[in-house]
Ligand binder design. Structure first.
Ligand code: SAH
Length: 209
């Protein structure tokens, strides 16, 4: 059988991911934004090429409606854990996962990332940036470093120095930083411009021996 991933290119993946359903009623307090499908495909494809996805166990922390974890399923992950504290978002993630063709197993955890404790090979996450809840980015990173050996995580580019110190402290080293102008679609009432762009970087961390 031709496996899903063999049918794909990076742009084919982006097209598949553009069909993922977003938040029906995004909640400002927990910074609910779906990752843009082009951005998601860029990071997932890069992770796949580095051997961090195929046949691996993956966690998508703060999965929202599931775009990152679903991308990992499409690229041949063995298993993906979807972790999310918002019940309506995780229901949409389940629905999104149901519509894709993949042999990966998917497990959904409704709850706080703090309470998730499965070991995984790779964490791929776009967590809240800590704009509304000051330390949420830190909590997510801390959890990711506890459970995984390789971590991909999006953060505001301006927090790079903090991210560097924090990861070093936890014995992780940054091996790559990819910068994006992150399109935040105006799904929330307080956004004036239709598309806001902010500087966001995706960091890849690996555990040091
Ligand atoms: N990763 C998704 C969603 C990003 S928005 C994507 O890339 O599209 C951040 C998500 O983290 C939201 O869905 C929000 O509900 C969730 N979240 C925020 N704090 C959380 C916590 N403490 N535990 C679990 N999920 C949390």
């Amino acid at each position: 059988m031709v496996k899903n991933k063999d049918k794909f290119s990076r742009s084919g993946l982006a097209i598949k991911l553009s069909a993922i359903k977003g938040f029906s009623e995004p909640k400002v307090s927990v910074e609910q934004y779906i990752t843009d499908s082009e951005v998601a495909a860029t990071i997932l494809w890069d992770a796949y090429m580095k051997g961090d996805i195929d046949r691996k166990v993956i966690a998508d922390l703060g999965c929202g409606t599931g775009i990152l974890g679903i991308g990992a399923m499409l690229l041949g992950a063995d298993k993906v854990y979807f972790v999310e504290s918002d019940s309506s978002a995780i229901e949409t993630a389940k629905e999104n996962a149901r519509y894709i063709e993949s042999e990966s197993s998917a497990e959904f955890f409704l709850g706080d990332v703090k309470d998730f404790d499965k070991r995984v090979d790779t964490v791929i996450m776009n967590p809240p940036f800590g704009t509304k809840n000051e330390h949420s980015d830190r909590e997510f990173l801390e959890k990711a470093f506890q459970i995984g050996d390789v971590v991909y995580s999006f953060h505001k580019s301006e927090t790079k120095d903090f991210i560097e110190r924090f990861s070093k402290d936890k014995n992780f080293k940054i091996t790559q930083v990819i910068d994006f102008k992150f399109p935040l679609k105006a799904t929330m009432k307080f956004h004036r411009k239709r598309i806001e762009r902010i500087n966001v970087s995706c960091f890849r961390f690996i555990k040091e021996d």
